[in-house]
Design a protein around this ligand. Structure first.
Ligand code: N01
Length: 544
């Protein structure tokens, strides 16, 4: 249903200052700032029929946040952070979606969101320095600024298996899960994919299904989440110390309030290493990754001490030695693929009704009417769950069919991988801003921290342009080239490029392999963005 305040004239063009695409964490905050702080005319366009973005679409069993709730949340409103109560360390998807719905209501955001509306094209008009948008509901919009808040992991990837449409059972992608849920009782379920999503879903589906067959291409290093209710005492302590917690997140590399270790793994004895890893394994969550040793991402030998610790844990937990070996990763360093966090993932393989199949050894050949066939066997299935991830970081942006100066398609401009200035703007696409775009810390960071920094930077920039009577801003070629080189240089100093990860675009056949996020750390990135502003938007060209 169209929102009354934003109904376009019939056959006409609606004029906005700022068009925002997406109503997840990014779009909601962008809307609040543009409308209620800058007092500009704005509208959000959202494909779903509700707010929430990734938390709207990803309703698969076991979906919960990998970051702890108290800092995986907005910091922009003190009232909001004081009044909202989280139930546990890692809340489930419905609770996070409930939080985002609360934010939408509390700040009266819904009236400025056009739901069930997908932007189908965005074309820059040089004569007016404005973006012309069309939607799948037939609307036309003219906006001075276009802000992409489409998220980094929102364009789901279903592999193009031969016969995929011939399957006569039920099939689902975890990133577009039915709102009414799925009942697996009595079903033979096949789950393809063992990334963070497959790892969260496995124990929950296993507990319900008659049989679960997990098809694994690459094993992952998963650390226990150790979820537990958030006690009233801890919740009160967090609320009393929120300013300090938020500041730690902003200044840190990964957007987390953990104390980073400054110690090198090589400086510790094997016993000390094991003690540190064991302590963090027991604490659970990302501390194992961020607070153990400082050289895990830069030194292969150091990394292997963590990797070997996790492999030993897998062998300890999983009773069948052959299954344990299959689950123990050896083809990439720990942390170079996004590290998953789990609740009883490895333990699931001790159940009689769970089987692990190695589809690296014998690849999936086709989906059949009755199941799935690999190079060496056939599996009868009633339900297939695709936990096969996303066309990350660029997929959703490119789907919008964006054309910049001289009709240049963003898809063509990025054919050899995304290039941007600070992950915020792209040469040839003036007045387009990309929240957590490729080239920014984005997915390497606790997302709300990255999102808030980008929203605030973009809003300050729009306000600056207005105050100075400027109508157009665009990254310059020289500044973009320098930034892209810096992004690559920083990545090359780490072990990240050694993994076939979605950070590299390696999960999508045919996608150019370049390391997309900025690995230099949130604190350093924030300083660079502030420096750019202090130097009069250095690297950006502005016009009247
Ligand atoms: O997707 P993935 P995901 N044949 O790309 C396999 C975030 N997240 O949805 O590794 C067989 O990680 C693929 O195999 P391989 C988080 O940032 C956050 O799990 O490419 N297998 C892999 O095992 C995460 O990283 C939360 O060899 C195929 C799996 O499918 C990101 O979302 C929770 C295949 C895909 O794993 C994506 O996670 C969940 C094929 N043709 C996710 N194609 C939070 O809690 C792919 N695979 C915040």
């Amino acid at each position: 249903m169209p929102n009354s305040s934003a109904v376009a004239e019939l056959g006409g063009v609606r004029t906005l200052d700022v068009a925002i695409v997406g109503a997840g964490f990014s779009g909601l905050y962008m809307l609040q700032r543009v409308r209620d702080v800058l007092h500009l005319e704005t509208q959000v366009f959202e494909a779903g029929d509700g707010v929430g973005g990734t938390w709207y679409w990803n309703r698969y069993p076991g979906a919960r946040c990998d970051s702890e709730s108290y800092y995986y949340s907005y910091s922009f409103s003190r009232e909001l952070e004081q009044e909202w109560n989280w139930s546990s360390r890692y809340p489930e998807q419905p609770e996070i979606l409930g939080y985002l719905n609360h934010v939408a209501d509390r700040f009266d955001l819904r009236r400025s969101i056009r739901f069930e509306t997908r932007v189908t094209s965005a074309t820059f008009d040089e004569a007016s320095n404005r973006w012309n948008l069309t939607t799948d509901t037939g609307e036309r919009i003219s906006a001075q600024f276009l802000v992409s808040a489409v998220g980094c992991l929102s364009s789901s990837n279903t592999p193009d298996f031969p016969g995929i449409d011939s399957f006569e059972g039920e099939c689902y992608h975890t990133g577009a899960w039915p709102h009414e849920g799925v009942d697996f009782t009595g079903k033979r379920v096949g789950l393809i994919g063992t990334g963070s999503t497959g790892i969260q879903a496995t124990p929950v589906i296993a507990a319900q299904a008659q049989h679960l067959t997990v098809f694994q291409r690459t094993p992952n290093y998963s650390i226990p989440a150790r979820n537990e209710p958030l006690s009233a005492e801890l919740a009160a302590e967090i609320k009393a110390n929120y300013d300090e917690i938020r500041q730690k997140c902003r200044d840190s590399d990964f957007g987390f309030p953990y104390v980073p270790s400054e110690r090198l793994a090589g400086d510790a004895t094997p016993e000390e290493q094991r003690r540190v890893y064991e302590e963090l394994w027991q604490l659970g969550g990302f501390r194992f990754f961020m607070s153990s040793f400082s050289d895990l991402l830069t030194d292969e030998a150091a990394n292997d001490t963590a990797a070997e610790f996790v492999r030993a844990k897998i062998r300890e937990i999983v009773k069948d030695p052959a299954t344990a070996e299959l689950l123990a990763p050896t083809d990439h360093p720990y942390g170079t693929k996004r590290p998953p966090i789990d609740t009883s993932y490895y333990e699931s393989y001790n159940r009689d009704n769970v089987t692990l199949i190695d589809v690296r050894k014998a690849a999936i050949v086709e989906i059949t009417a009755g199941g799935l066939r690999t190079e060496d066997a056939e599996y009868a299935l009633d339900t297939i769950v695709y936990a096969t991830g996303f066309d990350a970081m660029t997929g959703a942006l490119l789907k919008m069919n964006i054309r910049g100066v001289d009709g240049m398609r963003l898809a063509d401009k990025w054919a050899d991988g995304p290039r941007s200035l600070l992950g915020l703007q792209v040469v040839g696409f003036p007045n387009l801003f990309t929240i957590t775009g490729p080239g920014s810390p984005s997915v390497l960071v606790n997302m709300p921290v990255a999102i808030e920094q980008h929203v605030e930077w973009i809003c300050d920039c729009i306000e600056y342009l207005g105050r100075n009577g400027l109508s157009r801003i665009e990254a310059t070629e020289a500044a973009q080239n320098a930034w892209v080189q810096h992004v690559f240089d920083e990545a090359d100093e780490t072990l990240f490029p050694l993994a076939n990860s979605w950070y590299m675009g390696a999960n999508i056949p045919g996608k150019t392999r370049v390391f997309m996020p900025y690995v230099g750390g949130m604190g350093q990135y924030r300083d660079r963005c502030a420096e750019v502003v202090a130097n009069g938007y250095e690297g950006f060209a502005m016009q009247n």
